[in-house]
Design a protein around this ligand. Structure first.
Ligand SMILES: [Zn+2]
Length: 244
């Protein structure tokens, strides 16, 4: 009995649950800053990150920093490499393809469920998000289609609209930031930003019409087109890096 209790006290997972509220708040802020820097590429994929370095940059103590790094790792944005330490995630092409396989299957499922379960108010909210995107200068010029995270992200809203908690956990929590990283850094090329915007409208139309089958099909094609685009650009980037 006593050995079970003492064992529980020293396991890392149990220790990480016991975090003081002020540490949690600081860690949350640092997590948000770091995830944004990683998603936008300010912290380059594959680059090494150290606790003393970050502690200096963000002016915070090791406790909250360690908690923030634990969250970044849980969200797959940093990985620990034996004998190297922590570094910003850098997927291989194969891993990126696997991520898109999962995205295609799960997001098309989410669109089907959204057509069945989204309320008129939620659909109106989705249209508001698209109206907001339409006013963005990067989209107007066709340069890029940047979507802010969470409620301002079309894909996030569809998953919420599925009303399926398991899907929400997988897509809006577990994989969300990793997918965002590749969407943000590698999706803008040619006519893709504006085409993606048009496709978003078609998906909402299908959801509003309650056409689950069409919503699913359109989302599958939409993510598939995004995959081709992202993977091509990522492959070109890796090739370029290999030359340097
Ligand atoms: Zn999209």
């Amino acid at each position: 009995m006593s050995s079970a209790t003492s064992q529980q006290a020293v396991t890392p997972s149990a220790a990480s649950e016991i975090v003081a509220p002020e540490v949690r708040t600081l860690a949350e802020r640092v997590f948000n800053q770091l995830q944004d820097a990683i998603v936008r590429g300010e912290l380059a994929p594959g680059s090494k990150i150290t606790e003393p370095g970050l502690s200096k940059t963000y002016g915070i103590s090791r406790g909250p920093l360690r908690e923030a790094m634990r969250r970044l790792e849980a969200h797959r944005l940093i990985e620990r490499v034996p004998h190297v330490g922590a570094r910003v995630v850098k997927l291989s092409i194969q891993e990126l393809l696997e991520l898109f396989d999962v995205r295609e299957a799960l997001e098309s499922m989410a669109a089907r469920l959204a057509a069945e379960h989204m309320t008129p108010a939620e659909i109106a909210g989705l249209r508001d998000v698209l109206a907001l995107h339409e006013r963005q200068s990067d989209l107007k010029s066709g340069e890029a289609y940047y979507q802010r995270e969470g409620d301002l992200d079309f894909h996030y809203r569809i998953v919420q609209g599925s009303h399926n908690r398991m899907l929400m956990t997988l897509l809006c929590d577990d994989l969300y930031y990793l997918v965002r990283l590749y969407r943000t850094q590698f999706s803008a090329s040619g006519a893709r930003p504006q085409r993606a915007f048009v496709e978003h409208h078609r998906i909402v139309d299908a959801i509003e019409a309650g056409d689950a089958e069409l919503a699913e099909l359109l989302m599958r094609r939409h993510v598939s087109a995004s995959r081709t685009n992202v993977v091509d650009r990522y492959a070109a980037t890796l090739k370029q890096e290999a030359k340097l």
